[in-house]
Design a protein around this ligand. Sequence first.
Ligand SMILES: Cc1cc2nc3c(=O)[nH]c(=O)nc-3n(C[C@H](O)[C@H](O)[C@H](O)COP(=O)(O)OP(=O)(O)OC[C@H]3O[C@@H](n4cnc5c(N)ncnc54)[C@H](O)[C@@H]3O)c2cc1C
Ligand SMILES: NC(=O)c1ccc[n+]([C@@H]2O[C@H](COP(=O)([O-])OP(=O)(O)OC[C@H]3O[C@@H](n4cnc5c(N)ncnc54)[C@H](O)[C@@H]3O)[C@@H](O)[C@H]2O)c1
Length: 432
Amino acid sequence: MYELIVIGGGPGGCAAALRAAQGGLSVALFEPRQVGGTCLNRGCVPTKALLHGAGPGCDWPALAAEVERVVSTLRAGQEKQLRAAGVELIPYRAVVTGPHTVEAGGAAYEAAHILVAAGSEPALPPIPGLDTPGVVTSDGLLSDLRPLDRLAIIGGGVIGVELACVWAAAGARVTILEAAPRLLPTLERELGQSLAAQLRQDGVEVFTGAGVTGVAPGPAVAFTHRGEAYRLEADAVLVATGRRPATGGLFAGDLLPELERGFLRVDGQFRTSIPSLYAIGDAIGGAMLAHKAEAEGRFVADLLLGRTPLRGVAPIPACVYTSPELAQVGLTADEARARGIPCAAGKCVLGGNARTLIEGGKRGFVKLVFHRESRALLGAQLCCYRATDLISELALAVTLELTAEQLLRPVRPHPTFGEAISEAVEAAFPLS
Ligand SMILES: Cc1cc2nc3c(=O)[nH]c(=O)nc-3n(C[C@H](O)[C@H](O)[C@H](O)COP(=O)(O)OP(=O)(O)OC[C@H]3O[C@@H](n4cnc5c(N)ncnc54)[C@H](O)[C@@H]3O)c2cc1C
Ligand SMILES: NC(=O)c1ccc[n+]([C@@H]2O[C@H](COP(=O)([O-])OP(=O)(O)OC[C@H]3O[C@@H](n4cnc5c(N)ncnc54)[C@H](O)[C@@H]3O)[C@@H](O)[C@H]2O)c1
């Protein structure tokens, strides 16, 4: 009998298992694939290593070896840390058979609490021909790293644009087919629009409002755009149209917690409709991000340890590691207005930022959204170099509800990208 069984060794499950074990609970972690989950093995880490390493004349075998070195180093470290904390790693797929019981590898296990952190898997849209040879999801593309002359991408979301940048940097002709009117439709409007302009300048073809009608052998993608029909031949077709929860077959018999579109429904403390069963990460939906899963895992571990959870409910920053990078946290001006919140927005365009010009001068901006009366920071949207690092300062400010005056108190060093934050605050509340 364990105090906690964790199902899934991704960032959510590992964070929960580690913290619970460090706090003194007996913990078993079930993971039939590799520790690290999607993030470490098929997601965040390999894609960022590729974005860092891909370039003209790319040596693909060397790049693939470097990606594997990074991933396996991190995985070994993570496994060591879990074992050192006393987590029992069980390499089988688990099925929940009761409120306190799990079956895996032909054996039964029992625990006071069960945490489902089973993550997600690629979701395929109902487009005819997706079983054509050469059509892959991110899992397939990342497991067979090789040069491509022509890459067609269905879906201009986060996976689509990041992997477009990898193969475009290595010299491939990349085409993105996005159904929505802009790239990255879940992010603030100008972020997707600016990225599309930059990608086009870098030679990537971008069709927004595209209607993909099918994939034929070749592979060749048939699509419509502004009333015209097109046929696009490629060496590979990446389908990156979102992910779905990996909750299929997770529960046995009559035991089924409440689901919503396949995602486990949880309350504010990540409890499912079965009191001893918690769920976190991609399996519960919302932002499908590693740091969200990890924060939620720590939150549940703290709850079970009887501690007040520190993290897990703060606004979750979203980052896109393209060039330039994009990042956002909290509310956009449109979202604030739609909620009837009086807001003041300030924007600093980086054309006059010294560090931006020194490092190559790609288009960029920092936008900040404040409550007009309290002057508390509500949200931030960044399109610039190092946006994915700069956003942490702004996530802190949104979380702590810092005001414009408080944001202006620190002296920011020169020449840095961070100077744009001071300028954007001043633009929101001009002196006259
Ligand atoms: C290409 C790509 C790039 C990404 N880049 C980023 C990024 O840069 N930043 C970011 O924040 N997020 C990124 N993500 C998203 C991120 O990977 C996920 O949000 C994150 O991994 C979710 O963590 P999780 O712990 O909920 O689930 P997962 O990481 O999916 O882990 C779930 C684990 O559960 C295991 N499992 C499933 N069912 C069972 C079962 N029945 N029994 C036992 N084990 C089971 C699976 O094998 C898996 O290892 C990316 C995703 C992809 C696909
Ligand atoms: N940097 C990061 O944090 C990062 C990187 C990669 C992935 N992720 C996570 O992984 C998840 C999955 O990424 P994703 O890019 O697959 O999903 P996504 O939801 O970000 O984007 C999917 C895109 O596909 C489009 N689409 C859907 N059906 C289509 C169709 N039939 N034809 C053309 N376009 C279509 C959607 O409009 C959307 O823009 C995301 O939720 C994201 O949070 C995060």
